[in-house]
Ligand binder design. Structure first.
Ligand code: GMT
Length: 371
């Protein structure tokens, strides 16, 4: 199959899922054409069946300050679809990608089919904003097929957009060979003997509640000497760093930024913290579970579809940092419990979210859409 893929190329869950899916399909024999304004950050492995097409937004004084990316993307999609004879286009994150795909389809005389995958904030934040709601709903309804990464996100979409559009749930996936327990040197780099290593990975947006991560850690560290590794970057990083300065945690909390070898650090951790307001899925939690690392998260959004409360981690109400810290202490002070939860987490990931189980679901979905 010849498949066009559009996603946001920067660090972020939807771009990661789009890239890993494209690479997995290419390994299976499909031709993949990524179409975006920059090379997806996870596209670090060259493959003979993968091509990248850069969208260049020509500027013109009248366009200032808003060059029309959506239109340039639609033009590039139509061009690639025609000349590479695409069978289907798959766009990740509804806005503006579904709209560009619809325009490309119209440019080509309705011959191109496109699938839209809803990832989270395209529905829960951006899509609900009154300035984007009607166009998001339109993008969903004109798509030839729509998938959502969790049942929760599917239900939120149906409810918030009052749409009867059929939405197939295809969960996110992970490669368990890449994410597994690591006996890495990272532990000894950041912790002293006997200390525990906690970890958080995100884009540091308000929805991630990174200050809750620090408040939980502070309480854990008072009882069990620990260190915290913060991976990623984003708007709330400065606030988080000043919290650490004010609370004398600078030698206990390490902000690493966007590192490429996430799996080595996550896989060497004792506990993963994800106290988000609402995750549609929680890709970072999935990667932790695959690495035999229990997760402390929130009982909101789609996270309960990923973390089994009491078995592979604990899920607490949003903002309840005291309860989160108590559960975290329970895990890091009981190595047998940590190992048991970790092993169960990995087993569950392999049974339900292994790349080899999920990627064929997307392929079958494309075939159904192409009809
Ligand atoms: O909003 C973000 O944090 C980024 C966003 C994205 O689209 O890059 O992440 C969403 O998609 C991920 C991949 O499907 C999910 O694992 C995340 O849970 C989801 N984020 C939220 O719902 C907040």
């Amino acid at each position: 199959m010849r498949i066009g893929v559009t996603c946001y190329p920067t660090f972020g869950g939807s771009g990661v899922v789009a890239t890993e899916l494209g690479l997995a399909l290419a390994r299976g024999g499909d031709d993949i054409h990524f179409i975006s304004y920059a090379m997806p950050s996870r596209l670090n492995a060259l493959h003979e069946r993968v091509r990248f097409h850069e969208v260049i937004v020509a500027n013109y004084p009248l366009f200032d300050p808003y060059p029309p990316y959506t239109l340039a993307l639609a033009t590039k999609m139509a061009e690639v679809a025609a000349y590479e004879k695409l069978d289907i286009l798959h766009v990740h994150y509804a806005i503006p990608h579904a709209i560009s795909a619809q325009l490309a389809k119209q440019i080509l005389g309705d011959q191109l089919k496109f699938v839209t995958t809803l990832h989270g904030t395209d529905i829960t934040l951006v899509g609900r904003d009154p300035s984007y709601l009607p166009i998001t709903k339109f993008g969903i309804e004109v798509s030839d097929g729509v998938t959502a990464v969790s049942h929760w996100l599917r239900d939120e979409t149906t409810k918030n957009f009052s749409t009867a559009k059929e939405i197939q749930v295809i969960p996110n996936f992970v490669d368990p060979q890449r994410f597994q327990r690591h006996k890495s040197s990272f532990c000894s780099m950041f912790t002293n003997a006997g200390e525990k290593m906690l970890c958080h990975v995100s884009n540091f947006r308000p929805v991630k509640r990174v200050l809750d991560v620090l408040e939980v850690f502070e309480r854990v560290n008072q009882r069990v000497p620990s260190r915290l590794i913060m991976i990623g970057d984003g708007p709330d990083r400065s606030r988080a760093e000043s919290f650490c300065r004010e609370h004398n945690l600078r030698d206990r909390v390490f902000f690493l930024g966007n590192v490429p070898n996430v799996e080595e650090i996550v896989g060497a951790s004792d506990l993963f913290l994800l106290p988000s307001e609402a995750e549609s899925f929680g890709m970072a939690a999935l990667e932790a579970l695959a690495s035999e690392v229990p997760v402390i998260g929130t009982s909101s959004g789609g996270l309960p579809e990923v973390v089994v409360d009491g078995e592979t981690g604990f899920l607490l109400p949003v903002g309840d940092v005291i309860a989160m810290a108590e559960r975290a202490i329970e895990i890091v002070s009981d190595e047998a419990l940590r190992r048991k939860m970790g092993a169960l987490g990995r087993q569950m990931v392999i049974e339900r979210f292994d790349e080899n189980r999920i990627v064929p679901q997307y392929r079958a979905f494309y075939e159904r859409v192409i009809g």
